[in-house]
Design a protein around this ligand. Structure first.
Ligand code: SF4
Ligand code: SF4
Length: 242
């Protein structure tokens, strides 16, 4: 398996696409977007961060020339992680024009979080970035992103598929990755790069599309993730291919 992708490959792919790449929505019976890779959690965790820096700030992840509005840190607590930055705010709220501003109470609202910048991020001449806190303590979301969320192993064990929350990080090693339970039949339907093989039966393709839609809904639906019993119902279909 050659699941890892280089920063150069991802940049080329991104540059060929238009701003609609962020409209990652599924309509009706639509299948997974082309290029989605399927892998186990162990495979996903074995990939290497390419240091693109897109998980470290809205300006890194959002489209150049558009208002910053897509990728946020989540609600920013009043302490702004000062304890990790010598007493100065670490996570800085930004206006949609990218101007740093002082924290205000509405920034703590997880439902309407602001664009942000992190003071620990630095840029290197080769286009990569570095986290100044990498070897010390970082805010917990930084440690969890994107494959170390603590409940992933439990949910996979129970039979769920998990779409990684890398929608806005088009340069991320883990962009468009669906993590599969170890016994998933979809793992047998992949090419070497982890995408679905072209020659699948209609029934196989329809099932993969259904799984992707359910996983997508788990991440993006306002109602929250499917109860596990629903995932068990979805996976009954897999018996036909075992
Ligand atoms: S602390 Fe490090 S990993 Fe977290 S957002 Fe800042 S630069 Fe990125
Ligand atoms: S977006 Fe992904 S590849 Fe880029 S720095 Fe963050 S974890 Fe690494």
């Amino acid at each position: 398996m050659t699941l890892n992708r280089t920063l150069r490959q991802l940049r080329n792919a991104r540059d060929r696409r238009d701003p609609e790449i962020y409209d990652y929505t599924l309509e009706g019976d639509e299948g997974p977007p082309e290029g989605v890779r399927y892998m186990t959690l162990a495979e996903a965790q074995s990939l290497e961060c390419n240091l693109c820096g897109q998980c470290c700030g809205s300006e890194e992840a959002d489209l150049v020339g558009y208002p910053l509005r897509q990728y946020t840190f989540g609600g920013i607590a009043p302490h702004q992680w000062r304890a990790l930055n010598g007493g100065q705010p670490l996570i800085i709220p930004l206006t949609t024009a990218g101007v740093a501003r002082t924290w205000r109470p509405a920034d703590a609202d997880d439902d309407r979080p602001p664009a942000f910048r992190c003071e620990a991020l630095s840029h290197h001449p080769d286009g990569t970035t570095r986290c100044g806190l990498w070897q010390s303590r970082r805010p917990p979301p930084c440690d969890a992103f994107p494959v170390k969320t603590n409940y992933y192993p439990r949910d996979l064990e129970r039979g769920a598929y998990i779409l990684l929350n890398t929608q806005y990080q088009r340069l991320c090693t883990w962009v468009d990755t669906l993590v599969c339970p170890e016994d998933s039949v979809i793992l047998k339907w992949r090419s070497k790069d982890g995408t679905l093989r072209r020659r699948l039966t209609d029934a196989q393709r329809t099932y993969a599309a259904r799984v992707f839609r359910e996983a997508y809904r788990d991440v993006f639906s306002k109602e929250g993730p499917l109860p596990m019993r629903e995932w068990r119902k979805v996976r009954v279909e897999e018996a036909a291919w075992r």
